[in-house]
Design a protein around this ligand. Structure first.
Ligand code: MCN
Length: 790
């Protein structure tokens, strides 16, 4: 079934409330920390208080003698018994050498490289006993100089022997010579230096895991707050522990948000699983919030120079970008892909810029590892490009919307000069709708009203594009992924006609139990209540690549569609047998099988029952049962796009920015559930606006201590920081997946930061403020005003 036929079915496009919310709202959700196993002990990790230090000695004797303590494990216990954490994406430097891949030990081996690095694991009967004992572990450190700022990485003391100068790789895309030539001939060049600030993901549920071991069958089970349990199992068994995969089951039960930070295989997960066998018990660890600040993978942290060459009319001729990316102390699972494949390939944006060259240098520093955070590379690309485009507009004497419109891609498919091919889009329609919803025509009157109150008002645009549906394995493989990112779906039709769907996608707030059920119910013509969705368990779901990169509906949903095709084909054969017709004469719609050109028909439920209770069944031609599995590997990414418009009021006396209005018009292709999509956009906007105005992860330059290690210092966006959003939709369905969907899970976080900063800069244009880094906090804005007016 094609996307256009699907879109016409009942349930598709229906704003159903989330099925899963009943259990969440009534406190019946089951998160990892809610699970209590027999013979369960508790772990606490001893973490480095130093950003960089040699470990001279570790004395665990006092801790091991304390009440309830089962064992204290250190680096010596795991050395030689397991590998380090792997990085899933290989980057080759422009000189042909592979990236530097220093070891990432499960417990520190001789050295610690960031505050929070895991040094020892204490296991005890109760959490309090484990915590007390952790405090009694004595570690003698020889403190070394730390480097935290990516701009200083080269000059800093090397973190790893394998990475001299703290350099991991230089990677580039695009043809440099023609780009330089275009710059030499351009009528105007706009240059912008910018920093994309480091963020801490802060999911509502902190990371948690329970490693369990069953001696009877030599099997391990890991319960873990994770976004992709099969990949977690694959990496842990194949790369770290060397265990056969069938002996390890990974269950990611209800997970309270991840935003990228729970995609990865973390050292704690491995240590707990391995130690469970050593102690023949279950071991639970629940991360504390302050521990999460230190040890969760962080996001962003880029420093870039961007230049645009234009002709006299503001038409983009060439884009040149250099970025220094902070990878933190070690390579996390996908960290190398973020500033390269997921960032540089998006720098064409919505524009026809014919020549682009991007070079990225990636560095190690004494900070927590940096990896994907909602958007992963694409917010960084959009922030750079959309800030640059607005700066271009102002330097060329054009309005922010006019310069964008002059450069929009209008013909599809469109091949960018940075590898990607966009299948569909209508960027003018998104812009026009956004301007209308944002009531841009009335802006001048609102600006004057603000001026009369001594306030500055500004309008900021951002026309973003992102590549979602990660990732076609032919493209991903060519670009360095160690595995293709397909998805798996299984449809199990029960004899009574109800259905269980097993998906390799993982829902940790995205509402898959509802939207995936909508797709299945629509296709089979059965009530949504008759469909249950199972995810997050390697013991129940055949395989999966998990959830990130807004891939679930477009890749996981497409796998389900493929399995449904198989179900429909087999069910038609059963129906043909029951109605004594030929297979070719059977039609299926609205939950009924009909013989073409007759009034003979039977319902889906009868076919399901017959599949399991065969009656005069032609066993030579037809197997009993109605259960099908499919794997779907996309042929391309999906390309959601849109225009976001922010309107702010700035108090020049205090530097306080008030976000007055925010409009987002997005194109997500076919929409399965508009209510869920709206919720996804709201959440993304809150995070993007949080980055633009409030959130900032700061390490002390000298000591490498995390200065923003709690919610007292790290400002999360709250409801009263945000206006009521105005949302609009444009739909150009994706051409290559059977649902026509494009991902919606990250768009808000991608489009919004540059819109907000452009608005602040627009407000302060006449004061002389030309530049501002995120977050536009009151002191930063106030200082920029003082500097401009001095
Ligand atoms: N959907 C739809 N129609 C579309 C597109 C999506 O109805 N055209 C629905 C989907 O069926 C799904 C939801 O919207 O129920 C999100 O779908 P999709 O865009 O495919 O994204 P994923 O499900 O793959 O979710 C991943 C994405 C990412 S990458 C991050 S980060 C993120 C996000 O989702 N983290 C989240 N949203 C989050 N929401 C919550 N509550 N918590 C997180 O950790």
């Amino acid at each position: 079934m094609g996307a256009s036929d699907l879109a016409k079915l009942p349930h598709i496009g229906e704003a159903l409330r989330r099925k899963e919310d009943y259990r969440f709202l009534t406190g019946a959700g089951q998160y990892t920390d809610d699970i209590q196993l027999q013979n369960q002990k508790y772990a606490v990790f001893v973490r480095s208080p130093h950003a960089h230090a040699a470990i001279k000695s570790i004395d665990t004797s006092k801790a091991e003698g304390m009440p309830g303590v089962a064992r204290v494990f250190t680096g010596k216990d795991v050395e030689g018994k397991m590998g380090g954490l792997p990085c899933g994406w290989l980057i080759t430097s422009t000189d042909g050498t592979p990236m530097k891949e220093p070891p990432h030990p499960i417990l520190a081996q001789g050295k610690v490289r960031y505050v929070g690095d895991h040094v020892a694991m204490v296991v005890a009967d109760t959490p309090v006993q484990a915590k007390d004992a952790a405090e009694a572990v004595e570690v003698d450190y020889d403190v070394l100089p730390a480097v935290v700022d990516v701009r200083d990485a080269k000059k800093g003391t090397a973190l790893h022997d394998a990475a001299p100068g703290n350099h991991c790789y230089t990677w580039a895309i695009g043809d440099k010579a023609p780009v330089d030539e275009a710059f030499a001939k351009a009528a105007h060049v706009t240059t912008l230096d910018l920093t994309n600030n480091r963020l801490v993901p802060n999911a509502m549920e902190p990371r948690a895991a329970i490693g369990a071991y069953n001696r009877a069958n030599d099997e391990y089970t890991l319960y873990v707050a994770n976004q992709n349990p099969h990949v977690e199992r694959l990496l842990m068994t194949a790369f770290v522990l060397g265990l056969p995969e069938h002996k390890v089951r990974v269950i990611a039960p209800d997970v309270g948000g991840g935003f990228g930070s729970k995609i990865y295989l973390y050292a704690e997960d491995v240590a707990l699983t391995w130690a469970a066998k050593q102690l023949n018990c279950a071991i639970k660890w629940t991360c504390e919030r302050s521990e999460a600040f230190l040890s969760d993978a962080h996001g962003r942290d880029h420093v870039s120079r961007a230049e645009m060459a234009m002709d006299k009319d503001g038409k983009f001729l060439a884009l040149r970008v250099h970025t220094d990316a902070n990878l933190g102390a070690y390579l996390s699972t996908f960290s190398t892909a973020i500033p390269t494949i997921l960032y540089a390939t998006l720098l064409a944006g919505q524009y026809t810029t014919p020549l682009i060259h991007v070079e990225v240098d990636a560095w190690f520093t004494n900070t927590a590892p940096v990896d994907a955070y909602r958007g992963a590379g694409r917010p960084e690309a959009t922030y750079l490009l959309e800030r640059l485009v607005t700066r271009c507009a102002w330097e060329m004497g054009l309005s922010q919307d006019e310069i964008r419109k002059r450069n929009f891609v209008t013909q599809f498919p469109y091949q960018t000069p940075v590898a990607l091919q966009y299948d569909t889009g209508d960027y003018h329609a998104c812009m026009d709708k956004a301007k209308s919803l944002a009531e841009v025509d009335g802006f001048e009157a609102r600006r004057k009203a603000s001026e009369a109150k001594g306030l500055k008002r500004g309008l900021g645009y951002s026309s973003y594009i992102e590549a979602c549906g990660l990732a076609p394995s032919n493209i991903a493989g060519a670009l360095g992924a160690r595995a293709g990112l397909f998805e798996c779906g299984e449809i199990r039709v029960h004899p009574t006609g109800s259905v269980t769907v097993f998906t390799g996608s993982h829902s940790h707030g995205q509402g898959h139990e509802t939207t995936f059920a909508q797709v299945v119910a629509a296709r089979l013509g059965i009530p949504v209540e008759n469909v249950d969705v199972v995810h997050g368990d390697t013991g129940r779901v055949p395989f999966g690549m998990g959830t990130y990169g807004s891939r679930s509906i477009s890749v996981g949903g497409a796998a389900i569609m493929k399995a449904l095709d198989k179900i429909e084909a087999k069910a038609k054969k059963i129906a043909a047998h029951l109605m004594e017709a030929s297979d070719a004469d059977i039609e299926f719609s609205g939950g009924e099988f009909k013989v073409k050109g007759t009034d003979k028909k039977i319902p889906f439920g009868q076919v399901a029952l017959t599949a399991y209770v065969p009656h005069n069944y032609p066993l030579d031609k037809l197997e009993p049962g109605l259960n099908e599995t499919a794997f779907y590997d996309p042929t391309n990414f999906t390309f959601p796009a849109g225009t976001h418009i922010a309107e702010v009021e700035v108090d020049p006396a205090t530097g306080v920015v008030r976000l007055d209005r925010f409009t987002a018009v997005d194109d997500f292709g076919t929409i399965i559930n508009p209510l869920i999509v709206e919720g996804q956009v709201h959440g993304g906007l809150a995070q993007g606006i949080g980055q633009a105005l409030l959130e900032n992860c700061v390490y002390d330059k000298e000591s490498g201590q995390l200065l923003t290690g709690s919610f007292m210092d790290y400002a999360m966006p709250r409801a009263d920081d945000l206006p009521a959003f105005k949302l609009g939709a444009v739909s150009t369905p994706c051409t290559h997946n059977p649902l026509g969907t494009k991902g919606c899970g990250e768009a808000g976080a991608i489009g919004s930061p540059p819109a907000v900063i452009n608005a602040v800069l627009d407000a302060l244009k006449d004061v002389g403020v030309k530049d501002l880094d995120m977050p536009a906090s009151p002191p930063r804005v106030w200082q920029a005003i003082q500097q401009a007016t001095r």
